[in-house]
Design a protein around this ligand. Structure first.
Ligand code: BGC
Length: 779
C-alpha cells in the first residue's frame, strides 16, 4: 500500500479508505490493531508550535479554534479528528478576532482560582464553571487546560492567583467542583500542573525536593481528591522535576500513584514544552506530548524499533488517547454556535464575585451610608485588574472598573480626579511597554505604575467630597515569581504616603477613608492595616470586578469570601521564605534558564528547591508555632454577625458526621463559610495543631434566620502519612472537632472517639535522594 505522509496525516486512495475501520466508541480495539507504528506515534504527539503572535499560540490550533493552546493530530484514514485544547483557568483563552471575519470571539473573564477558593462554596464554584464550560463547548474547544491546582507554598509564586489555596483539602474540593462544572458540558478539563510546581523561577528545570510525607499530605492531596471525586479527563504533568526526575517521565507518579492507587483512567499530557527523553515519558504513562514536535514522533518510532518502548506500553498510551478522543465534542460532531450567552455569564460573574471578596477591616464605614461624593484614588479604580497575566489571561470583551460601579450605584465620583487618572492611564498605556518575560511579551497587559497625587491636591478635593477610596493594585503571572520588595510584597513609599495622607486629611475633617485591594496574591498588610477605616480585598475577580466591588461598597452585596491562605506579619515569618527564590533577580534570569547550554551551577532555589518546611505550610505552621499573623487562614468579615450552636458529632461507619446550626444575629442578610478543623490525639505521628477537614457555606440567611449544616469526615481523611510504613495512618483516641469562623476563631468544639487506629498501605515511591533537613519548629 502506498502512503504519502503530509503534515502527520496519512492519505490513501479512496478504495483503501473504505476498507479502514473508522473510529467509534465501540471499535477502539479494532482501530488500535489497524494503526501503523507511525500513526500510533503521531497520536501521542500534539500538532506543534505555530507562530507565536499575540493571542495565538499554535498554527494548528489556529486552523480549528484560533488562539487555542494546542491540538491533537488528525489521522484521517481511521476517522480520528484533531481535538482542541485551550487555556484556562479563569475562562476560555482563545483569540477574540479572526482574519477576514467581522465576528468577535470574546470569552467571559471569570474570577481567578484564588477567588473561587475564597468562596468556600463548591456549589457556587460549580455553577460558575458550568457557565465557563459552556463557552468551551460553544466556541468549539474540547478541553480546558484547567484548573491550576498547585499549592500556595509561598505567597510570591507568580501563578498563585491561578491556584486555589495553601491547603490541599480546600484545593481538592474546590477543584472537584470546578471540574464537575466544566465537564457537565461534555467537554474535558486538564488539571495542572502535576506536581509540586510551586515556583516560576527556572520552572522548566527546577527540582522540587520534598519528603514523601509532605508530598502525600500536601502536594498530591488536592490532586488525589480531584481525581477520586471528579474524574478529570486529563492530567497535565508539570515542567519541573520532583525528587530528581521530571514529573512527565516519572512512572511512579503517573502510573503507580495516579492510575494504580487513585484509579485515574484519562490521559496524561505534558505541559507546553518538549524535553529530551520522550521515550521515558511514554514508558512512564505520559500519553500525549504537547504542544508536540516531529522529533518526538521520530523518537517514539525509534524507541519502539529498538525495544526501549514495548508494544504494550505504546498500545496502552494509544488506547488512552483513543478513549479520550471518542468522548470529545469534535469527534461527536457537535455543531458549536460560536455564540455562548456572554450576557448571562457576565451577570453570574457579577453576582458571584462578592462571595469571593474578603472584607479585612471595617470599623462601621461599610456599607457606605450618608455619603454621595466620592474622591476615588488609585489607578486600579479606573483600570481594574480582572485576572493575572500569562496563559491564564482571558481575552474578555471588557473590564468594568470601580468608577463605573460607584456611578451606577448613584455616587458622584469626583470628576477632576477621574479625568486626571484617565489621562494618566491613557498616556501610560501608550508609553510604557510591557517588560515582564513571556507573560509580558505575549499574554496580558503590564500594570502601569501608580500615579503620585500630592497632599495639597487631596486637601482641595476633600472639601468637595464625603469620603476617599484608594485602590491598591498588584498583578503577577506565568513566567516570573513576585518580589519581596517595595511595589510588590510591600507598599511603595508613594503608596504608603498616599494612604497615610488620605487617612489624615479625611479623618481631620471627620470623614472616612477606605482601601480596596485589587491584587492577585498576598501582600504585606500588618504595617498599615490600622490606617484606613475599611479594607476590602477584591482580589482579581473577573471582568465585572469593578461593579462587584461597588455592589459591596454600597451594600447591594454582602462580602462573604474568606482567605484561602494566611497573611503573615513579615515575609520572613513564612518558613518556605528561606527556600524560595525571592531574591534571585540580581543573580539570575530564571525563566529562560532552560536555554542556557553552559555548565549548570547547582544553585539553591533555582536548580533545586528544598521543601524544608515539610508539612508546615501556611496555617499548619503559624497555628502550630503560635506565630502571630496579620490575617489568619479562613478569615473574613461580613456586614452581619453569625452565631454557632453547640455541634453534634456522631460516629458513622466510615468516620463521623458533625452538625452545627449557624444563625444570622446581625441586621444584614449574609452567608457564612464555616470551617471544620480537626486536632488529632497524641500518640500517633507528629501533626500540625489542627487541619482543615471539612467546610460548608450557608445560603443567604436573613437577619435572625438559621441553617443547620452537616459535614461528613471519613477516617481516611483524618489519616497522616507514615513514611516508615509507607502508609496512611489514623491514631486511636479522641479527635477534637472544631468549628471555626477562621483558623484563629474556633467557635464550637465537639469530639470524635476512634477506638482503633487504622492504616492504608501504599507504594513506597518518590522518596528524595537524600533526606531533607527539616526546619525545627520554634514556639
Ligand atoms: C503553562 C500551562 C498552559 C500551557 C498552554 C504552559 O506554559 O504552564 O499552564 O496550559 O502553557 O498554554
Amino acid at each position: 500500500m502506498k502512503k504519502i505522509l503530509i503534515a502527520g496525516v496519512t492519505l490513501l486512495s479512496a478504495t483503501a479508505l473504505s476498507a479502514q475501520p473508522q473510529l467509534s466508541k465501540d471499535n477502539i480495539d479494532e482501530v488500535l490493531k489497524a494503526m501503523t507504528l507511525e500513526e500510533k506515534a503521531t497520536l501521542l504527539v500534539g500538532s506543534g508550535w505555530g507562530s507565536m503572535t499575540a493571542g495565538s499560540m499554535t498554527a494548528s490550533a489556529t486552523a480549528l479554534v484560533p488562539g487555542a493552546a494546542g491540538t491533537t493530530r488528525t489521522i484521517e484514514r481511521l476517522g480520528i479528528p484533531s481535538t482542541v485544547l485551550a487555556d484556562g483557568p479563569a475562562g476560555l483563552r482563545i483569540s477574540p478576532r479572526r482574519d477576514d471575519d467581522p465576528n468577535t470571539y470574546f470569552c467571559t473573564g471569570f474570577p481567578v482560582g484564588t477567588v473561587l477558593a475564597s468562596m468556600w462554596d463548591t456549589e457556587r464554584v460549580q455553577e460558575l464553571t458550568t457557565a465557563m464550560g459552556n463557552e468551551v463547548l460553544e466556541y468549539g474547544a474540547d478541553v480546558l487546560l484547567a484548573p491550576g491546582m498547585n499549592l500556595h507554598r509561598n505567597p510570591l509564586c507568580g501563578r498563585n492567583f491561578e491556584y486555589f489555596s495553601e491547603d490541599p483539602f480546600l484545593t481538592g474540593k474546590t477543584a472537584a467542583a470546578y471540574i464537575n462544572g466544566i465537564q457537565s458540558n461534555g467537554v474535558g478539563v486538564s488539571i495542572k500542573h502535576f506536581a509540586v510546581n510551586n515556583q516560576e523561577v527556572n520552572r522548566m528545570e527546577n527540582d522540587s525536593r520534598v519528603s514523601q510525607r509532605a508530598l502525600r499530605e500536601l502536594y498530591l492531596k488536592g490532586f488525589e481528591i480531584a481525581v477520586k471525586e471528579a474524574d478529570p479527563w486529563i492530567v497535565m504533568s508539570s515542567y519541573n522535576k520532583l525528587n530528581g526526575e521530571y514529573t512527565q517521565q516519572s512512572y511512579d507518579l503517573l502510573i503507580t500513584i495516579l492510575r494504580s492507587e487513585w484509579g485515574f483512567d484519562g490521559i496524561v499530557m505534558t505541559d507546553w514544552g518538549t524535553k529530551d527523553g520522550t521515550a521515558k515519558a511514554v514508558k512512564a504513562g505520559n500519553d500525549l506530548m504537547e504542544p508536540g514536535m516531529q522529533v518526538e514522533i521520530d523518537r517514539i518510532i525509534e524507541a519502539v524499533k529498538t525495544g526501549e518502548i514495548s508494544q504494550e506500553e505504546l498500545d496502552r498510551n494509544v488506547r488512552n488517547m483513543l478513549e479520550y478522543i471518542v468522548k470529545t465534542p469534535r469527534f461527536n460532531n457537535y455543531q458549536y454556535s460560536n455564540k455562548p450567552d456572554l450576557e448571562a455569564h457576565a451577570k453570574l460573574v457579577r453576582e458571584a464575585a462578592p462571595e469571593g471578596m474578603v472584607l479585612l477591616e471595617n470599623n462601621g464605614v461599610l456599607p457606605l451610608k450618608n455619603v454621595k461624593k466620592v474622591a476615588l484614588y488609585g489607578t486600579g479604580s479606573y483600570d481594574f485588574i480582572a485576572g493575572g497575566t500569562g496563559s491564564g489571561n482571558v481575552n474578555k470583551p471588557y473590564i468594568r472598573n470601580i468608577a463605573e460601579g460607584l456611578t451606577e450605584c448613584g455616587f458622584e465620583v469626583n470628576q477632576d480626579i477621574q479625568k486626571w487618572y484617565e489621562q494618566y492611564i491613557a498616556y501610560s498605556k501608550t508609553n510604557f511597554k510591557n517588560n515582564g518575560g513571556l507573560s509580558g511579551v505575549l499574554l496580558g497587559e503590564a500594570v502601569i505604575p501608580e500615579m503620585e497625587v500630592k497632599r495639597d491636591f487631596m486637601e482641595r478635593i476633600e472639601e468637595v467630597s464625603d469620603i476617599a477610596i484608594f485602590t491598591l493594585r498588584r498583578n503577577a503571572g506565568e513566567g516570573g515569581d513576585r518580589y519581596a520588595r517595595d511595589g510588590d510584597w510591600t507598599l511603595t513609599g508613594m503608596e504608603r504616603e498616599m494612604i497615610q495622607n488620605l487617612a489624615d486629611i479625611y479623618h481631620a475633617a471627620g470623614k472616612k477613608f477606605v482601601v480596596v485591594m485589587n491584587i492577585g496574591g498576598v501582600i504585606e498588610t500588618a504595617s498599615w492595616k490600622h490606617i484606613p477605616d475599611a479594607i476590602l480585598l477584591a482580589w482579581t475577580p473577573g471582568q465585572e470586578g469593578g461593579l462587584a466591588v461597588a455592589d459591596i461598597l454600597c451594600g447591594k452585596a454582602n462580602p462573604s469570601g474568606k482567605l484561602p491562605m494566611t497573611f503573615p506579619v513579615n515575609y520572613l515569618d513564612i518558613p518556605s521564605s528561606h527556600n524560595f527564590p525571592y531574591n534571585y533577580k540580581d543573580e539570575h534570569t530564571g525563566m529562560w534558564d532552560f536555554l542556557w547550554s553552559g555548565p549548570k551551577k547547582e544553585q539553591k532555589n533555582v536548580e533545586y528547591t528544598e521543601y524544608k518546611e515539610d508539612i508546615y505550610v501556611g496555617y499548619r505552621y503559624f497555628q502550630t508555632t503560635d506565630t502571630p499573623v496579620s490575617y489568619p487562614f479562613g478569615y473574613g468579615k461580613s456586614y452581619t454577625t453569625f452565631e454557632y450552636s453547640k455541634p453534634v458529632v456522631k460516629a458513622t461507619a466510615d468516620g463521623f458526621s458533625a452538625t452545627i446550626t449557624v444563625r444570622n444575629t446581625g441586621s444584614a442578610a449574609g452567608k457564612e463559610a464555616v470551617q471544620l478543623y480537626v486536632a488529632a490525639p497524641a500518640g500517633g505521628l507528629e501533626k500540625p495543631a489542627f487541619e482543615l477537614k471539612g467546610f460548608a457555606k450557608t445560603k443567604t440567611l436573613a437577619p435572625g434566620e438559621a441553617q443547620t449544616l452537616t459535614i461528613s469526615v471519613s477516617k481516611y481523611t483524618l489519616a497522616s502519612f507514615n513514611e516508615e510504613a509507607s502508609a496512611w495512618e489514623t491514631a486511636a483516641g479522641t479527635y477534637q472537632v472544631m468549628f471555626g469562623a477562621n483558623a484563629a476563631d474556633i467557635r464550637a468544639t465537639g469530639v470524635y472517639k476512634l477506638k482503633k487506629g487504622e492504616s492504608w498501605v501504599v507504594n513506597n515511591v518518590l522518596a528524595p535522594a537524600a533526606t531533607i533537613n527539616k526546619i525545627s519548629l520554634q514556639k
